[in-house]
Design a protein around this ligand. Structure first.
Ligand code: NAD
Length: 282
């Protein structure tokens, strides 16, 4: 009897092979930052990629870079229908779905609780949790059957804020902690057919935006995290990572050969859990 969790037959592999040769992956928020780095890296590793992204401009950039090697779905991760369209697109274009990467997110720019007006707090909570938590759960629900058919896996982008304070304000930190619950519960529920894991990267300068209700829709984290020194001071390894630095763990977790025993983990690649030595260089 064949094992659905085995690597697809070499005949299905993209020309040139790669660690993900022949696999079909759906990446949400694949238009910029970390999502874009994952898309580029997955393609380089031989995967077929579908992207669910709300920005038409970013999808246009992806098309210019990769042509029809990537299937584009313009839509919102909080919408069941848009998630269904994205999964159906991946299945019809590439014959199935092996990996769902829930990645699209919003940040709260570290806004302290007492600086949040009550009206903004309520609506800001809804907007941020809708994307960071509901978007992940809806994506998981909609992709699960297709993933089961292929013995695939889910990977969610969490954050240092999923594990430690100071990676955001209470809205963001609570939403990323909720992501740990998503991974833990779904790894349990979907075993043994679907592996469910997360990657927790640290800060990087990207286009990450915030909730409209907090006046943060048109601000990007790159405006507040532009300084290399600022990023390095949080890293035990004295690093100022860029999005591409974090793409490799997503390859590892998507690969059946390299992580077939791995489910229910949050892979902390943030290097912020170890305190800086007092004399470490800034
Ligand atoms: P980014 O804004 O560059 O990428 C996120 C993408 O998601 C964007 O292209 C955006 O258009 C898209 N998006 C946002 N809301 C959407 C929605 N409702 N529907 C569809 N697409 C939507 O930001 P990024 O920093 O690459 O963020 C990716 C993930 O990384 C997020 O989950 C974020 O929380 C996490 N993260 C970021 C940092 C950081 O410092 N930038 C650190 C740790 C974790």
């Amino acid at each position: 009897m064949s094992d659905r969790r085995a690597t697809p037959h070499a005949a299905d592999a993209a020309p040139g092979g790669g660690r993900l040769a022949g696999l079909s992956a759906l990446v949400t928020g694949g238009g910029s930052g970390l999502g874009r780095a994952i898309v580029d890296r997955y393609l380089a590793e031989g995967a077929h990629v579908t992207v669910l992204e709300r920005s038409a401009d970013k999808l246009q950039d992806l098309t210019s870079a990769h042509g029809d090697r990537v299937q584009m779905v313009q839509g919102d991760v909080t919408s069941v229908r848009d998630n269904e369209t994205a999964v159906a697109t991946a299945v019809s274009a590439f014959g199935g779905l092996d990996t769902f990467v829930g990645n699209a997110g919003l940040w709260d720019f570290g806004r302290p609780l007492l600086d949040m007006p009550l009206a903004g707090l309520e609506q800001g909570f809804r907007e941020l949790f809708d994307v960071n938590v509901k978007g992940y759960i809806v994506g998981a629900r909609v992709s699960a059957e297709a993933l089961k058919d292929r013995g695939g896996s889910m990977i969610f982008t969490l954050s240092n804020a999923a594990l430690y304070p100071r990676g955001g304000g209470v809205l963001y930190t609570a939403s990323k902690h909720a992501g740990v619950g998503v991974v833990s519960q779904l790894a349990y529920e979907l075993a043994p057919d679907v592996r469910v894991n997360a990657v927790a990267p640290g800060g990087m300068s990207t286009d990450l935006r915030g909730p409209d209700a907090l006046g943060l829709r048109d601000r990007a984290i790159s405006e507040v995290l532009p300084a290399e020194a600022q990023l390095r001071q949080y890293s035990a390894l004295d690093l100022a990572p860029v999005a591409e630095d974090y793409a490799a763990p997503y390859v590892l977790l998507a690969s059946r050969d390299e992580s077939r025993t791995v489910t229910g983990i949050v892979f902390d690649v943030s290097a912020v859990g170890t305190p800086r030595r007092p004399n470490a260089p800034l």
